[in-house]
Design a protein around this ligand. Sequence first.
Ligand code: BDR
Ligand code: CA
Length: 307
Amino acid sequence: RRPVILDCDPGTDDAVALWLALASPEIDLRLVTVAGGNAGLDRTVQNACAVIGLAGAVVPVVPGADRPLLGGFRGDGAVHGADGLAGIGLPPGPPPVRAVAADAIRTMLREARPGSVTLLGIAPATNLALALATEPALADRVQEVVLMAGAWGEGNWTPSAEFNAASDPEALAVLLGAGIAVTLVTLELTAQALVTPGRIASLRALGGGACLRTACDIMAAVPPSRRLGGEGHPLHDPCAVAWLAMPELFHAVPAAVAVDLGPGPARGRTHIDRWGRSGAAPNVTLVEALDADGFFALLGGRLARLP
Ligand code: BDR
Ligand code: CA
């Protein structure tokens, strides 16, 4: 079981990702830190607590950054709704811990063995970057940073950039330069995890408890992606969790990745070089292909175990 710190911004797909992490025996979820992102920080913290509470789990939830390292908060109400959960109300969960995310991450890393902790980032990477930038020596405690971030091609937030990368490009750059093994789950990968009405019906047929039922309600309430042809929407963040729970569902390749920090229209774009054209050495494991049916079977099987 890998000890995991999960940094999130729930977020419809973050909620499903949290449930998948809680239901996966490969993952020892030690700490959940929260950033503003899909909704404002107060809301994303409340949602993280509610999601964990519905699963009957006890994991510390620690609030963190309400805005990126540079600039102001922007949010993503168009996909996730004003409440961050597409309007699906959840009963309130246990309260968050009165601490600061970057402090909590550093404390946990200090107490860990070298190379033992996985950082799983499914939000603007501000909290993880603050933790490592303020105590860089703690990088040696990290086994791997797995991030849902970036895109080879078209973005989903700006024409050039994916939401998490575009929301805090400097934070992503800190993680890419921290001397830690980074795995990137990009938009091209998550486009393969398309939630369609048929897949939701198959998940509902499994029965399960409140978590699986609510996950289906949330997924059914997310609008289909025009970018992907309107058949459904991509289930981004659970792909990053599944990489840890069942890596055999994926194919990954080495790549050199840099993030655009300029002020222009390409800000937050990830330049992904698979073929050595930039001359830069590979610094990332790029997850490029997914067994989608296997992924949804994993998701249903695992979430059906939750209350
Ligand atoms: C990412 O942005 C958010 O909207 C999702 O939760 C995911 O983390 C996808 O671009
Ligand atoms: Ca997210």
